[in-house]
Design a protein around this ligand. Structure first.
Ligand SMILES: *[C@@H]1O[C@H](CO)[C@@H](O)[C@H](O)[C@H]1NC(C)=O
Ligand SMILES: *[C@@H]1O[C@H](CO)[C@@H](O)[C@H](O)[C@H]1NC(C)=O
Ligand SMILES: *[C@@H]1O[C@H](CO)[C@@H](O)[C@H](O)[C@H]1NC(C)=O
Ligand SMILES: *[C@@H]1O[C@H](CO)[C@@H](O)[C@H](O)[C@H]1NC(C)=O
Length: 463
């Protein structure tokens, strides 16, 4: 009996931990603000500011503030009862939206000493359980140090590793704070600042590749990028894909593996594969890759020319590389999928949750959109807590910090207090088409069935 119980814990706790961890992880700056925009909204009305500061003063006057062993919220969000939001108390939730949303208030006295940073990211009171293997994260960043540190706290585990590459245009203060993370945190690498990144995706693939190179020698991780669930995905990559978006590629370039010098060792590779142009697909930059796929990307193929060619595209040239390698199955990327199901409209990726406004602000629960993407607000907390995705695009600290804080508290509760508010639906992951394909594609009897799969995923199912 004891033994069974223990096994159950080993299996389930890491899953909850991993799936839970990523929820607030907002990645890269596709469709985010332009780099000069501030982390903190300068346009907040005085009335709203007064209400926010009054809450902060109340928090600081509270004799017990900061002394609890439970999750520690910031002063501006300390009064928020995340448990009530989680239970779906609409009356209460209505007091936290609209004019009353709580943005992040910059900590002008942020203590940047190593002991203080370490204490914020992994305080000694946190008891980390051993995982079967860790997760690696690679991120391109340019602003929002406090938010990045919060996300690091949410996904930190002694077995996880993190790589950041910082935009050259970032303010010096941001760059030096990021470098402080490298200096103070053993499992965080902040690469030398070499490239300009922009919201059109230029140089993004290069930044990620440099991070993959930096992280590959580090042992003990099984999936890279966004935290991933290695047990349930069973070795397949998790990449969003769709038909190539018209006009993305500049004309006149050669896309066959031979011209791109894609394969480092061409012997043993079919001539047809070498000479036919790569079939190009558009997807998302946010992906989860297995360690084997990363090793292949670094050691077996040379993507420099492909990256350079895609980088000539004006907008979103970074969204084609990984999806195309993933679907050109004959290239043999470990954990690949296939483009034999071009019209498949079931769930394609669990790495990222994103709600597109599609030209109508009413498609966004918060009625707030930035660059076509809905901003996530506190009223969506309950739905998010039940969704199968591991990251969310996008939460913006200057728009609504309560959702970030409550997500962080929820992960804390699930990870360290054993809170079981939601049962993980394992079958959802096991039934994903790419997961099933990966499991069976080498079996000669296996016939890929593009139709008999899950229904398109809908946000409404989780309300
Ligand atoms: C987290 O746990 C604390 C202590 O049990 C509880 O008060 C709070 O409501 C929980 N928060 C969430 C989001 O579940
Ligand atoms: C910063 O934090 C460290 C460690 O907690 C502490 O020793 C130091 O006094 C703090 N510095 C300031 C200026 O508060
Ligand atoms: C190249 O691949 C061939 C066939 O797979 C293999 O026999 C050979 O050893 C490889 N060469 C190098 C330099 O790895
Ligand atoms: C990628 O494109 C940008 C914008 O055109 C350019 O500044 C940059 O040098 C390019 N990078 C490479 C490696 O070609």
């Amino acid at each position: 009996m004891q033994k069974i119980k223990l096994y159950w814990k080993l299996f389930v706790i890491p899953i909850f931990l991993l799936v839970a961890f990523g929820i607030a992880y907002v990645s890269y700056f596709r469709h985010t603000e332009t780099p000069h925009m501030h982390d903190f909204d300068p346009g907040i009305s005085d009335k709203r500011k007064v209400a926010i500061y009054e809450n902060m003063i109340d928090a600081l006057r509270d004799e017990n503030y900061g002394s609890s062993v439970d999750y520690q919220k910031r002063a501006e969000t300390n009064h928020i009862q995340c448990g009530r939001v989680l239970s779906g108390d609409t009356e209460y939730i209505n007091t936290l939206v609209g004019e009353n949303r709580i943005p992040l208030i910059e900590n002008r006295r942020l203590n940047m000493s190593c002991p203080a940073i370490q204490d914020r990211i992994h305080s000694e009171t946190r008891d980390f359980k051993l995982l079967d293997s860790g997760i690696a994260f690679a991120r391109v960043v340019y602003t929002d140090y406090e938010f990045i540190e919060k996300q690091l706290e949410m996904s930190w585990h002694p077995q996880n590793v993190f790589c950041f590459t910082v935009d050259k245009k970032s303010p010096d203060e941001f760059i030096s704070r990021m470098q402080k993370l490298d200096e103070c945190m053993e499992n965080v690498v902040v690469l030398p600042v070499l490239e300009n990144y922009d919201s059109s995706g230029h140089n993004m693939n290069i930044g990620h590749k440099r991070c993959m190179e930096a992280l590959l020698p580090k042992t003990d991780w099984s999936y890279i990028l966004l935290l991933q669930n290695p047990i349930l995905l069973g070795g397949v990559n998790d990449v969003h894909f769709g038909k190539e978006i018209d006009g993305r590629r500049v004309p006149g370039l050669k896309w066959d593996p031979r011209s791109m010098n894609l394969f480092i060792n061409e012997s043993g590779i079919n001539e047809k594969v070498l000479n036919e142009p790569m079939r190009v697909y558009s997807g998302a930059v946010q992906v989860s890759l297995t360690r084997a796929a990363v090793k292949w990307l670094i050691e077996d193929v040379d993507v420099s020319i492909a990256i350079k060619q895609f980088n000539q595209t004006k907008y979103a040239g970074d969204e084609q590389l990984i999806p195309s390698l993933y679907l050109n199955y004959e290239y043999g990327m470990p954990g690949h999928f296939t483009d034999h199901c071009p019209d498949y409209d079931g769930p394609k990726q669990i790495t990222r949750f994103v709600q597109w406004a599609r030209g109508n602000i009413n498609n966004c629960p918060t009625k707030t959109v930035r660059h076509g993407v809905c901003l996530i607000g506190i009223e969506q907390f309950r739905a998010l807590s039940r969704m199968p995705f591991i990251t969310v695009n996008k939460m913006v600290p200057s728009f609504d910090y309560s959702i970030i804080e409550c997500t962080s508290e929820l992960l804390y509760n699930r990870t360290f207090l054993g809170q079981m508010d939601h049962e993980l639906d394992e079958s959802f992951y096991k039934e994903l088409l790419h997961v099933k394909y990966h499991k069976h594609h080498e079996d000669p009897e296996y016939k890929l069935d593009c139709s008999s799969n899950q229904k398109p995923w809908k946000y409404e199912y989780y309300l």
